[in-house]
Write a protein that binds this ligand. Structure first.
Ligand SMILES: Nc1nc2c(ncn2[C@@H]2O[C@H](COP(=O)(O)OP(=O)(O)OP(=O)(O)O)[C@@H](O)[C@H]2O)c(=O)[nH]1
Ligand SMILES: [Zn+2]
Length: 294
């Protein structure tokens, strides 16, 4: 019995990483009949059935610590939200939407701002990006046009020994950043596929790539937010920086000028960024309007 991790699923096969090799595994009846479907990121027990051709059979899916549904990836340590500072210009509303969504799922967000080379130090976008640091997030300003610099090395460090998933808007630089971390990532994947005799490499939308002791998943972004299942209260209660402000009202949504609300006070006396608060209010309204439609 061996323990490995599923890097991708293609038709009825799960590709399991074990001791630096990828094994093409089929699920045994026991797994097929359980109500758990093998998922990218799953830790699994499997038996090697053909050592030479790297084939095996899955015998058990181990308990998941968490799971994203779109894309389907399990056991995520952190989600890197990739946002461009320029081209397209910083859109904090989309960023904050991702951020709040992750907080309600209790997934750790990391903020990577790309295209730093297209900005100047005192640009509004840079100042905004840096404000996220002051409210407790890990923030990295990235330039993919040069090989490496201090910021880049720090960003790489944040990925060590973890399973990270990249997400972000179209054009933000997800693929470029992944290729910067793992040069020729698609060719490398192809080599593994060749060893498995599967001829042509097929990419899937939820695949984990290997970087040293880490795994990284590039996703097309949470294409549609599942805000439908999230309540206004859940968001208000999940956001870590609001927890730190400690509003004295238990079920406060921190909106509508609620008298005595500590969050609103923090915004008024500039100890909390106004632009993030404004996006928060917008998102709360959006959820309210969504509800009305049902
Ligand atoms: N100047 C500059 N351009 C960058 C940087 N990072 C990415 N780009 C460019 O931004 C464009 C979009 O990058 P992609 O990596 O394709 O973006 P993506 O997020 O994968 O986009 P989708 O595949 O549509 O989701 C490309 O032309 C990249 O060369 C950067 O740090 N600086
Ligand atoms: Zn409040």
């Amino acid at each position: 019995m061996n323990q490995g991790i599923i890097l991708k699923i293609l038709s009825e096969y799960a590709y399991v990483l074990f001791e630096k090799n990828l094994y093409e595994c089929k699920a045994t009846g026991k797994v097929r009949h359980s109500n758990q479907k093998p998922t990218t990121g799953d830790y699994v027990n499997f038996e090697i059935t053909d050592k030479q051709n790297f084939k095996g059979s899955l015998t058990e899916i181990l308990k998941r610590k968490n799971e994203l549904y779109r894309p389907r990836i399990a056991n995520i340590d952190q989600v890197v939200i990739i946002t461009s500072l320029r081209e397209p210009i910083l859109n904090t509303y989309t960023l904050n939407k991702y951020l709040f969504f992750l907080e309600t799922l209790h997934l750790k967000p990391i903020l990577a701002f790309t295209k730093a080379d297209l900005t100047n130090q005192d640009d509004e976008e840079i100042l905004k990006a840096k404000l996220y640091k002051t409210i407790g997030y890990e923030v990295y300003l990235i330039n993919n046009m040069i090989d490496t610099d201090k910021n880049w090395n720090e960003f790489l460090k944040s990925l060590e020994n973890k399973t990270s998933v990249f997400t972000g808007q179209t054009g933000a630089g997800k693929s470029t950043t992944l290729n910067h971390i793992i040069p020729n990532v698609s060719e490398k994947t192809q080599e593994i596929s060749k060893a498995l005799n599967r001829g042509k490499h097929t990419t899937t939308k939820n695949e984990l790539f290997i970087y040293k002791n880490s795994l990284i998943g590039d996703t097309p972004g949470f294409s549609s937010f599942e805000y439908k299942e999230i309540t206004k209260e859940e968001i208000a209660l999940s956001i870590n920086f609001f927890k730190d402000i400690k509003c004295k009202f238990n079920n406060c949504l921190h909106i509508n000028n609620t008298p005595g609300c500590k969050v609103i006070e923090a915004v008024k006396n500039n100890s909390f960024p106004q632009f993030i608060y404004d996006d928060y209010v917008k998102i709360q309204l959006e959820i309210e309007n969504q509800r009305r439609r049902y």
